[in-house]
Design a binder for this molecule. Structure first.
Ligand SMILES: O=C(O)CCC(=O)C(=O)O
Length: 282
């Protein structure tokens, strides 16, 4: 089933650097684990972000990034020329000039509306780009919480701002509604390559099992629009079968105490973190 875009959201919801969510959107986020909101950033604002995104995705900062510049669909060590699903973690850590950009400020405003229980802040950010005609540039199905250490409070809102239109052909986000309400997190295992046993040292990517009868919903969005999903919803995205790039800018918000708890465990969301997964994973 193809989800029809929400027709009531749009630029008229913007008031300066605020974007007003409706009570229905806030309820949908809490009940179904995701929302889509349209036309959040203007074309002018996007054009300030574009050059930074392309700078990172071109590999211009690769020398200082280590594993934070990688391919999410292939093992660490894949040569840059062979990347399909390019991932640049923590861009404003590597280039502080990007910090406090307009997307940071608007997404913080929206996160504050979603998280009425306390204080939330940006935990991490990430540039993701699928090269044209790369059918294997897939994001394996997962729950975000499966990637992270155990914390007392798991609340998370992950924003994905479309820098290009995204659709079924170029591999937009897809998810399984209702999975955010499952009692247990599904078992995540490291993606395995060349028929070997997967290890988190080989690749960052974790995968879970899904069932053939589970209904997947696709979330196509226009440039400047965004999806927001929670930490438990089962989601992923397909390969890029189009002649153009799919580009998306991810920012995740979590409770400020959760962020402090993660940092105390040595976890910053950098792929260069030295974390003993067997001790801290779910
Ligand atoms: O947008 C995508 O392709 C997937 C991103 C994703 O899985 C995530 O942000 O957790």
């Amino acid at each position: 089933m193809l989800r029809v875009e929400n027709t009531t959201s749009g630029h008229h919801r913007r008031d300066g650097e605020n974007y007003l969510l409706t009570p229905e959107e806030i309820a949908q986020y809490h009940e179904q684990g995701y929302i889509v909101i349209n036309d959040v950033l203007t074309e002018e604002e996007l054009q300030v972000i574009d050059p930074w995104f392309d700078h990172f995705v071109s590999g211009a900062e690769a020398d200082q990034m280590g594993r934070d510049f990688c391919d999410m669909s292939q093992p660490y060590g894949t040569p840059m020329e062979e990347f399909q699903l390019v991932n640049a973690m923590l861009p404003s850590h590597y280039r502080p000039e990007i910090a406090d950009n307009i997307y940071h400020r608007i997404s913080q405003n929206i996160a504050n509306q979603l998280y009425q229980a306390g204080d939330c802040a940006m935990d991490y950010e990430q540039f993701l780009a699928k090269k044209p005609n790369k059918e294997a540039a897939e994001f394996a199905m997962h729950q975000d919480l499966g990637y992270w250490p155990k914390t007392k409070n798991t609340w998370t809102a992950t924003f994905s701002l479309a820098l290009t239109n995204s659709d079924l052909i170029n591999g937009c986000l897809h998810l399984i509604p209702g999975t955010n309400k499952e009692d247990q997190l599904r078992k995540h295992v490291p993606k395995s390559y060349n028929n070997g046993d997967g290890s988190r040292d080989d690749s960052h990517t974790l995968v879970i099992e899904t069932h053939p009868d589970e209904q997947i919903i696709y979330l196509p969005v226009r440039r400047g629009s965004m999806t927001i999903h929670d930490e438990r919803i089962v989601h992923g995205s397909g390969g890029n079968q189009s002649d153009t790039w799919r580009k998306t800018y991810i920012i995740a918000y979590r409770d400020v105490e959760t962020i402090a708890e993660e940092r105390a465990l040595g976890f910053t969301h950098s792929h260069n973190d030295e974390v003993n997964w067997s001790e801290i994973i779910h």
